[in-house]
Write a protein that binds this ligand. Structure first.
Ligand SMILES: Nc1nc2c(ncn2[C@@H]2O[C@H](COP(=O)(O)OP(=O)(O)OP(=O)(O)O)[C@@H](O)[C@H]2O)c(=O)[nH]1
Ligand SMILES: C[S@@+](CC[C@H](N)C(=O)[O-])C[C@H]1O[C@@H](n2cnc3c(N)ncnc32)[C@H](O)[C@@H]1O
Ligand code: SF4
Length: 623
């Protein structure tokens, strides 16, 4: 609790009893087996017994736990036990009453001890005691806490002090697990390590012969994020997928807007899918904005029934759900610049906007309005420009329609392209089907040629073959073309590459479970960096000042492939297609590198220029 306290949340903003139970029912139905009511202080909630009694009725919920400051415990315990509470964690940072008063800012040490004893007496075993160890405050009491476990069936857990807003965390105040262990081992050298479940927060030990045990919660010096299966819902209804992450999704608002259970699950699934592999490291999280602890754990904590690397129901629901399945959005599921799986140029940075955007793809239209409304106008533009073809065709959205549909019966090579204006321009600069040898633009309007174009690709026609080769001099030696006399123009290029991964590597990539780390994030950066190195890699390429480089991914579940798209922009005298091609090539190699421990049967294929604009001629490849 920050010294200055925290502002109380108005009652209407808190989840009501029935909302808590609705969410609990939903999560348990999806396979959650353990719910912890924590806080804030859960035992001052007037409806605490009702909540526990109702939770007890949920089939499949194995454990109902409470983390409490212990002040009201002795009084409430008989009823808590009757209603079905089966696990109790009590916070106690000191065994010295005066120090207790200093830390907690009120009296109560004896009430807490009474609560601990009552819990033991009522058969709770173990009773967990949480002790946050802070240098200069209570690290001198470690041995006294261990001694408590001699006669009592307690599980005393020493917790490394963690940074939250307002708690003035400082590295020097933190006593690390190793230091605590060394200290305790000086007194009890034969302290033995016990086996623990792999999703436990604590590493547990026991002094041989003692009734209880001790544990260390090492969130800071040796995090256990790899086995984390927790979700939190705050008292005001926000889903927080990581204790140290500041991304939150308001389930309360979604619930109150009357959405269906399925939609709610999709939102939860999307949030779980964005859960990071681990927290950002102790020094980073100490700089990060995050709710104070007292406002984080305010209502409940969710334990998924299984590890998320296997088949935790919520996570697996998310992975297969309609939002992200290829069926729903076959052509566009990429990591946008905010890290959401969405349309490539989607600038949505909020969960709400993002979800609407995805919904657009699944429902064929209803979501687009809200997506646009929650964002800026630029978002509308990028949406349209990206040419979400299938969406436009399916939804009949007017703006998109006019942008995308060519006039009926356009009888030219343009049939390959959506935009007749662009195509005719290309035609005039002699870009045409590869079997065309005419110098006359009008010739290419013949239907016979247009038929052939259905299977072909636009290439320069033979007229250009007669042109002089520019990258060799008269002796055939390499020559860097002098572009000094050219006028700079705005140029863009988009390239694509496909990495066929095979089912195992693809699944691991999809689930972000590759041992080497987040392959898409690494590949994205490598592609961008590579685009900036192009002139150093390709001998006769001019160095260019890039205005923009982006790399996005489309995961194709049918092919088990990652399709990489890079777009580069410059205002310059030469084009940026080599930059875009280099970006996708290096991003593809990076994905290969990240996955090669899983399989060597990975194929990088189909590296190609998709489009190029600016300079003498534009180019647009038909999909
Ligand atoms: N990094 C991290 N630490 C956690 C998490 N949950 C709990 N902790 C740590 O564990 C301490 C005790 O939390 P508790 O409320 O007793 O929950 P718990 O440790 O999960 O309890 P058990 O399920 O009984 O093991 C907290 O102060 C945190 O230091 C989590 O999700 N992430
Ligand atoms: C925030 S409390 C909430 C539940 C209840 N009010 C209580 O006092 O136990 C949950 C747990 O987090 C621990 N905790 C609080 N601040 C912490 C910090 N900065 N670092 C590590 N653990 C912390 C507490 O000791 C407690 O065991
Ligand atoms: S991922 Fe987040 S919630 Fe899970 S253990 Fe790590 S810090 Fe805690």
């Amino acid at each position: 609790m920050p010294e200055e306290g925290v502002k109380l949340t108005p009652r209407g903003q808190l989840l009501s009893t029935s909302e808590i139970l609705t969410l609990a029912r939903l999560f348990v139905k999806e396979g959650v087996e353990k719910i912890r009511l924590t806080g804030g202080e859960p035992l001052i909630r007037p409806d605490i017994l009702d909540i526990i009694a109702e939770l007890r009725k949920l089939e499949g919920l194995k454990t109902i736990a409470v983390t409490t400051n212990g002040m009201n415990l002795a009084r409430l315990l008989p009823k808590l036990k009757d209603t079905g509470l089966n696990l109790i964690n009590i916070s106690l940072d000191t065994l010295v009453p005066a120090k207790f008063e200093f830390i907690v800012r009120r009296k109560g040490f004896h009430k807490v001890m009474e609560g601990i004893d009552k819990a033991i007496e009522m058969g709770y075993n173990p009773v967990k005691v949480n002790c946050v160890v802070m240098r200069g405050l209570n690290e001198d009491e470690l041995l006294d806490f261990v001694a408590l476990t001699e006669k009592k069936p307690l599980d005393v857990r020493f917790i490394e002090y963690m940074p939250f807003d307002g708690n003035k965390w400082n590295f020097k105040k933190m006593v690390s697990y190793q230091e605590m262990l060394d200290h305790i081992r000086q007194q009890w050298p034969n302290l033995e390590r016990l086996e623990t479940g792999h999703t436990e927060t604590a590493k547990t030990f026991k002094v041989p012969g003692f009734t209880g045990q001790v544990g260390f919660i090492t969130s800071m010096s040796d995090h256990f994020c790899g086995s984390c299966n927790r979700l939190r819902i705050t008292a005001d209804g926000n889903l927080k997928v990581c204790l140290f992450g500041n991304t939150e999704v308001s389930l309360r608002d979604v619930l109150r807007s009357g959405v269906s259970e399925e939609e709610l699950l999709q939102i939860v699934g999307a949030a779980v899918g964005r859960k990071k592999k681990q927290h950002a490291g102790m020094f980073n999280i100490s700089q990060m904005k995050n709710r104070p602890m007292i406002l984080i754990d305010t209502t409940s904590e969710r334990h998924l029934s299984q590890d998320k690397t296997t088949s935790s129901p919520i996570v697996s629901h998310y992975r297969n759900d309609t939002f992200l399945s290829p069926k729903a959005a076959p052509h566009r599921r990429v990591l946008n610049r905010e890290g959401f799986f969405c349309l490539p140029d989607c600038t949505a940075s909020t969960q709400a906007a993002h979800v609407c955007c995805l919904r657009t793809l699944t429902s064929g239209g209803t979501g687009v309005t809200s997506h646009i409304n929650t964002n800026t106008r630029t978002n509308v533009r990028s949406y349209i420009n990206e040419g979400c073809l299938r969406y436009a065709q399916a939804s009949g959205h007017n703006a998109l329609k006019s942008h995308l549909l060519r006039p009926p019966g356009t009888p030219t090579c343009c049939t390959l392209l959506m935009n007749p204006k662009i195509n005719l321009k290309q035609h005039n600069v002699r870009l045409c089907h590869n079997q065309c040898s005419s110098k006359d633009p009008s010739v290419k309007l013949r239907p016979s040629v247009s038929d052939q174009t259905q299977s072909g690709t636009n290439v320069y026609n033979t007229e250009l073959d007669e042109a002089q080769l520019t990258h060799t001099d008269t002796q055939g030696r390499a020559n860097m073309v002098d572009v000094g006399g050219k006028v700079p123009t705005r140029r863009t290029a988009t390239a694509r590459a496909t990495v066929i991964l095979g089912p195992t590597a693809f699944r691991l990539l999809w689930d972000n479970q590759l041992a080497k780390g987040d392959a898409l994030a690494v590949a994205q950066l490598s592609g961008i960096m590579a685009s900036k190195q192009t002139s150093a890699l390709i001998p006769l390429c001019h160095p260019l000042p890039l205005d923009h480089a982006s790399v996005t991914f489309d995961l194709d579940e049918q092919q088990n492939a990652a399709v990489i798209t890079a777009t580069c922009r410059t205002t310059g005298k030469t084009g940026v297609e080599m930059e875009a091609l280099t970006a996708v090539s290096v991003a593809a190699l990076t994905i290969y590198d990240m996955c090669k421990a899983v399989s060597h049967d990975i194929i990088i294929t189909d590296v190609k220029l998709v489009s190029k604009t600016g300079g003498k001629r534009d180019f647009h490849r038909h999909p």
